[in-house]
Structures are given as structure tokens and as C-alpha cells.
Write a protein that binds this ligand. Structure first.
Ligand code: UTP
Length: 408
């Protein structure tokens, strides 16, 4: 793209300001900026002017979860089915680690955070330890795909390598980068993060499978005969990954997706809950849950929208391939975005100052024909680290790790 074409594109979307420092750049920087302008999808920025339309939901009805008593009753049978599939190499694990972790506020990738107190214990290490439990149980290595982003790829790869993958076998660890999207102010104007660089941020965790395809890893998945992918977040240090019982239950129920869920703490707890939307599996966010839905009960008197997702899903690969061409809805998220101020100085804001544009993995559930919500015990499998202190924090996760016998 040359300067005239860039100007034309920018004028079409009202983004001419990003060329403010163009004349100050050297030739290389000029080329890089023009290439970035060319590669950036600016049509999506328009949507922040009519956000409400994005959030329209269909008709919500209950979707029953498989609850703990049923799981306990069938634990042995489900586990046998799951282990057989794992031993046959049919399961891969996908670690979503492309996020910026802005709430935690560390400059490093979140997985590098040390939760240890008397020894080093990194978030990545907790996750690898959890996966290694299953590798030992099944006596089979499981391919681990790690999604990073432009912002944290180098640091993540170097850190895991330096720590020898915390005992995981290197040839079973595969890194891939997700795509980026431009970040804007509240008027939808793209920020600059350098004089010759648009401000970008990872485009959400919903693009993971497309990125696996774009980076060639889907070919490996097919070649290895992997039929299921267990997608999980970087921040839940207690979660069970590649859980044989969960896999067995999802296979037995012949569902396209399994979703680990926990019973809510209170009707108004801020988690997305499983439901049907227009007859298809879906997740309704806490802020979309009306008072009526929040308090709805089944014939036994149990609350029906009561099982919150914890970002640990099993997807059947054939069903993922079938939805590759389908678009996911766009979410506009308020975030703290570093930017150049009027004086051309870099500012790292303390409070949100604009929008990021994201696709979310939870929207993939709605594209699937069937989903098994699978209950897990919160205190044993849910210790997310979003903040330094308070709810879902380093503090609360440490307490839960200790409660589960992990020495910190
Ligand atoms: P969060 O919603 O907690 O987002 O991600 P975040 O960016 O990590 O953190 P905050 O909101 O800035 O504090 C949930 C999971 O999805 C991954 C994260 O790494 C985490 O495992 N994720 C998020 C991605 O892989 N890519 C993204 O673009 C966003």
C-alpha cells in the first residue's frame, strides 16, 4: 500500500490522524506503518457507535447440567472412556495465553507470575503440573498448543524454554500466535502507540481455532488424529486439564462441546451461565440475566440458570472445522490502552480510556449443535487470577492452592 492508498483508506474510516507523525519517520518506519494500515480491518471500528445492537440476545431457556451425583455414579465408566481416547492420542490441549492480563498489571505474560511464597511456583508451572498428572495416568504424552500474541510471544516462548517446559516434553509443545486488532478511544479513533505504529491489542480468545489453522497447526491436529481439543485459560491455577472423566462424559453424551461449570455462589454472581438461546447451547452473561431469569427455578425448586462457565471447554475437532467460515460476534471491551498524547509522549493510563475489539471463545458454543455443561467442585478446580487482591486474585488463588495441598 502506498501513501495515497493509505490516505484514501483512512479517509473512508475517519482515521487520518494516524499519519500525524508520518513525515518524521524514516523510510523503514514509513513502510511499516503503511503495511499496518493496509492489514488493519477498520470496518469493525464503526460498530462502537452502535454497541447496543451487538448485544441482542435470542430467547433464553434452561440447559440442564450434568451434576456431581451423576458424575460420581459414572466416574469409573466415564474415566475409562476418556483414558482410552487419550491413550489413542485423540485429545490435544490448548492453552489460551494471548491476553494482556491488564487487571493483574504485570508487564510479563500472566503465566510467568510467581504465586510461590517460600519457593518459586509460576502460573505456567501449575498448569503444566496439572496436565502432567494426566500424562502419567494415561502414560501418553498429550500435544499442548500454546496461544500467544504479538505482545507476549517472545517472552512466553523464552520463559518456558528456559524452565525446560517444567518437565513437559518439548516436542509436544507447540506455540502459535493469535491475530491483533486496533484499539481506539471512545470515539472509535485508533490510538498510536508509537509515532509509526497503530495501537493494537490481541483480538480476543475466540480466534484460537482460526489462528491454529492460519499458522498450520490444524494440519498437525489432523495428522496426529486429534479428535478433541481441551481449551483452557491461563489464569485458573487449579483447573484440571485433559480430565479423563470430563472427556469420557462428553463422548458418552455424544456432544460437540463439553463445558466445565461451577455452581454459582449467589444468583447475582458475576459469571456467564449456560443456557439455550433460540434452542442452541449458549452462555448468558451476568449483565444480560434479567431478574426473572436470575430467580427462575425448575420443577424441583432448583435454580435453573445456576451453572457458571470457567473457561475450560472440550471441542470436537470435526465440529470446529465445520464452523471455520462462520463469523463470531464482536465484543467491544473497555480497557486501559497505552497511547501517544498530544505532545507525542507515551502514556500508560491507570483507568480504562478506550475500546478493544474481541471475539470470545464462549460465542463458539452457540455455533455448536450440542453442549454438555459438566459440574466441577469450585473449591477444587476454580482459582482464577485476574487481580492482585480481592475476588479472583493472587491472594484468593494462593489460599485455594494451599487448601488443595499445594506448598507455596
Ligand atoms: P481475560 O478475559 O482474563 O483477559 O482472558 P486478559 O486480557 O488476559 O486480562 P485482562 O482483562 O486484561 O485483565 C481469559 C483468557 O483468555 C486469554 C487470556 O490469556 C486468558 O487465558 N486471552 C484473552 C487470549 O488468549 N487472547 C485474548 O485476546 C484475550
Amino acid at each position: 500500500m502506498d501513501l495515497a492508498q493509505a490516505k484514501e483508506k483512512l479517509a473512508k474510516y475517519g482515521q487520518e490522524h494516524v499519519l500525524k507523525y508520518y513525515d518524521e519517520l524514516n523510510e523503514q518506519e514509513k513502510d511499516a506503518l503503511l503495511a499496518q494500515i493496509d492489514a488493519t480491518d477498520m470496518s469493525l471500528l464503526e460498530v462502537c457507535r452502535h454497541r447496543e445492537e451487538l448485544e441482542k440476545k435470542g430467547v433464553i431457556t434452561p440447559l440442564a447440567a450434568m451434576q456431581l451425583p451423576e458424575i460420581e455414579e459414572n466416574r469409573e465408566a466415564f474415566t475409562a472412556v476418556g483414558l482410552e481416547a487419550i491413550k489413542a492420542g485423540k485429545l490435544g490441549a490448548v492453552l489460551l495465553a494471548g491476553g494482556m492480563g491488564t487487571r493483574l498489571g504485570s508487564d510479563n505474560p500472566k503465566g510467568m507470575y510467581n504465586v510461590g511464597l517460600t519457593r518459586d511456583l509460576y502460573i505456567f508451572e501449575c498448569l503444566v503440573n496439572n496436565l502432567l498428572n494426566v500424562v502419567r495416568q494415561a502414560d501418553t504424552w498429550i500435544h499442548l498448543f500454546v496461544m500467544t500474541s504479538d505482545k507476549n510471544h517472545k517472552a512466553t516462548v523464552a520463559f518456558l524454554k528456559e524452565h525446560d517446559y517444567f518437565g513437559y516434553r518439548a516436542e509436544y509443545v507447540h506455540f502459535f500466535m493469535q491475530e491483533m486488532a486496533a484499539a481506539t478511544d471512545y470515539e472509535g479513533k485508533i490510538y498510536l502507540e508509537e509515532k509509526g505504529r497503530l495501537s493494537t491489542s490481541p483480538n480476543g480468545n475466540g480466534g484460537w481455532f482460526i489462528s491454529m489453522k492460519n499458522t498450520g497447526l490444524l494440519e498437525l491436529v489432523k495428522k496426529e488424529g486429534i479428535e478433541w481439543l481441551n481449551v483452557f485459560a491461563v489464569d485458573n491455577v487449579l483447573q484440571k486439564i485433559a480430565d479423563p472423566c470430563f472427556l469420557g462424559a462428553t463422548i458418552r453424551k455424544n456432544c460437540a462441546v463439553g463445558a466445565k461449570v461451577v455452581r454459582k455462589n449467589a444468583p447475582d454472581e458475576k459469571v456467564g451461565v449456560m443456557c439455550l438461546e433460540d434452542g442452541r447451547p449458549s452462555i448468558v452473561e451476568y449483565y444480560e440475566l434479567t431478574e426473572d431469569l436470575m430467580n427462575a427455578k425448575d420443577e424441583k425448586g432448583d435454580p435453573v440458570y445456576y451453572f457458571g462457565v470457567i473457561l475450560n471447554y472440550l471441542f470436537r475437532v470435526q465440529d470446529l472445522i465445520a464452523i471455520l467460515d462462520k463469523h463470531l460476534p464482536l465484543h467491544i471491551v473497555e480497557k486501559k490502552i497505552p497511547y501517544l498524547n498530544e505532545a507525542g509522549e507515551l502514556v500508560k493510563p491507570d483507568a480504562p480510556n478506550g475500546f478493544k475489539f474481541e471475539n470470545l471463545v464462549l460465542d463458539m458454543i452457540h455455533q455448536m449443535e450440542s453442549c454438555l455443561p459438566y459440574e466441577v467442585v469450585r473449591e477444587k478446580e476454580f482459582a482464577p487470577i485476574k487481580n492482585m487482591t480481592g475476588i479472583d486474585s493472587v491472594e484468593s488463588a494462593r489460599a485455594l492452592l494451599q487448601q488443595n495441598g499445594v506448598t507455596l
